[in-house]
Design a protein around this ligand. Structure first.
Ligand code: ADP
Length: 451
């Protein structure tokens, strides 16, 4: 299967799964809400019916008596005084407000319903209210209409439940009114009820997302490693081919009869062969050592050495072996320190860092090698004036086969093993290695070894 399909198919599956889960949560929520509204509707209706059966009353009797007296008063005292439309409108408003307040203060249906709902184990977090749809005063001249309204559908909140509606005629007025409850806190009630289902779904979503993320990360890591390995094979082939082809050409040159008459040329060619053989040998050794490292732990042959002396010796031999390829400054502030290290591995470690300091430099290399003692650690710093390492590569350069790419190419030859080897040697000695770098300015590699 193509690589991108390996990622896209599970991603689609994951998104579908997420969509299904979200849909399920919404459905559960809606269903619970609907059930709850229905339950409250039947409970309130049951309560109203019980009141009616038990007390032969709807709970508004007292309110209606008071309203009747109030209506009589208005008919007698207020209506005759009305002289214009404004006064009439004002009076209607006042009468309606007063009626509302009488009804709310004196009805007993709400408290009875609350008791009933509580008894049934349900929350009473709702608001009861009354809505007067029709109200008129009965005068000698006929009905004086105070209110006659039909509610707009939009005006009634989706959370409002109708308990019952009534139409009554008394001595002084006719009224149509509805008893309602507003389940304004239904969302929190539904949340409490559906909490466990939602929690389980959310947990399952989290688990699936986590598994997906881990798998995806492993896949990406595998992809990256296989890229590194194929890079390594390309680099290794290239590195092996260069000395081999030089040796092949030199061998052919030696085979030619005329060269034998020039001992100087023969010697030069033989030296070339021997130099390239050494290179080849070193390369093969590096590869073998790393492959050995994979299978076995380091076996260190530790010896006590003077830190200053060993460092100076390594730096001098490096300089000689590379024909004075760099200016090497030495600054050993920690004097008279004795290290217990495997000299061969230690030398390889410092040599690798020095070689990189020279290799990754686009001007005349100037390298400062310094040592210091820091809290029971011996710290070796190698600072160069090279190309530096871009920030995004810093975390990876000690990984096996890792090489910094410039665009899509490697400017300098290498196998991506040098720093991996440095890290393994430092940790085998109980220490560590770190780097700080500024692109185009240079890098400092710091090795810490316990004293
Ligand atoms: P190699 O040199 O064979 O590529 P290393 O493991 O020694 O492998 O280094 C890994 C990468 O780290 C290199 O490809 C290089 O880009 C970067 N690097 C190492 N040392 C330095 C340095 N002193 N300055 C800049 N870049 C460096």
């Amino acid at each position: 299967m193509k690589r991108h399909l390996i990622i896209i198919i599970p991603l689609i599956a994951l998104l579908t799964f997420l969509a299904v889960q979200v849909f399920m949560i919404i459905s559960i929520w809606r269903q619970e809400k609907e059930n709850m509204l229905m339950r409250y509707e039947s409970l309130t209706k049951e309560a109203a019916a019980r009141l009616m059966v038990g007390k032969k009353a709807n709970g508004f009797e007292k309110a209606m008596d008071i309203t009747d007296k109030f209506a009589g008063l208005v008919i007698r005292e207020k209506l005759p005084e009305l002289s214009n439309a404004q006064d009439t409108a004002n009076l209607k408003k006042k009468v309606l407000d007063q009626t509302y307040s009488i009804l709310q203060k004196n009805e007993v249906l709400s408290s009875f319903t609350k008791e009933y709902i509580k008894k049934n184990g349900y929350s009473t977090a709702y608001k009861p209210f009354i809505w007067i749809s029709y109200f008129s005063l009965l005068t000698d001249e006929g009905q004086f209409i105070i209110a006659d309204t039909v509610p707009d559908d939009d005006e009634i909140a989706k959370t409002v439940i109708v308990v019952d509606s009534y139409k009554e005629e008394h001595n002084n007025f006719v009224i149509g009114y509805v008893s309602l409850i507003n389940m304004n806190e239904i969302d929190s009630l539904v949340f409490k009820r559906a909490f466990f289902s939602i929690l389980l779904i959310t947990l399952s979503v989290l688990i699936v997302v986590l598994i997906f993320w881990i798998t995806w990360r492993n896949l990406m890591e595998e992809k990256r490693l296989s890229g590194l390995k194929s890079d390594f094979i390309n680099n290794m082939t290239h590195e092996l081919k260069t000395p081999l082809s030089t040796i092949t050409v030199a061998g052919r040159t030696l085979e030619k009869a005329q060269i034998n008459s020039d001992p100087g040329k023969v010697l030069e060619t033989a030296r070339m062969i021997s130099k390239q053989s050494v290179n080849l040998n070193q390369l093969i050794n590096t590869i073998l050592e790393v492959s050995l490292l994979e299978r076995t732990e380091f076996e260190l042959d530790r010896q006590k050495v003077s830190a200053d002396e060993l460092m100076h010796q390594i730096v001098s031999s490096f300089l000689t072996s590379c024909d004075g390829c760099a200016v090497l400054e030495e600054e050993y502030t920690a004097k008279g320190i004795t290290l217990t290290v495997d000299i061969v591995y230690f030398t390889t470690m410092i040599n690798n860092l020095l070689a990189n300091a020279v290799k990754y430099c686009d001007k005349d290399p100037v390298v400062l090698v310094s040592t210091a003692a820091d809290n029971n650690y011996f710290v070796i710093s190698i600072t160069d004036n090279g190309v530096g390492i871009p920030h995004e590569h810093i975390d990876h350069i000690f990984e096996k086969f890792y090489r910094v790419t410039h665009g899509n190419i490697h400017k300098t030859k290498g196998l991506g093993l040098g720093l991996y080897y440095v890290k393994r040697i430092a940790t085998a000695h109980g220490g560590d290695v770190s780097v700080s770098s500024r692109p185009d300015h240079g890098s400092t590699f710091r090795i810490r070894l316990p004293l």
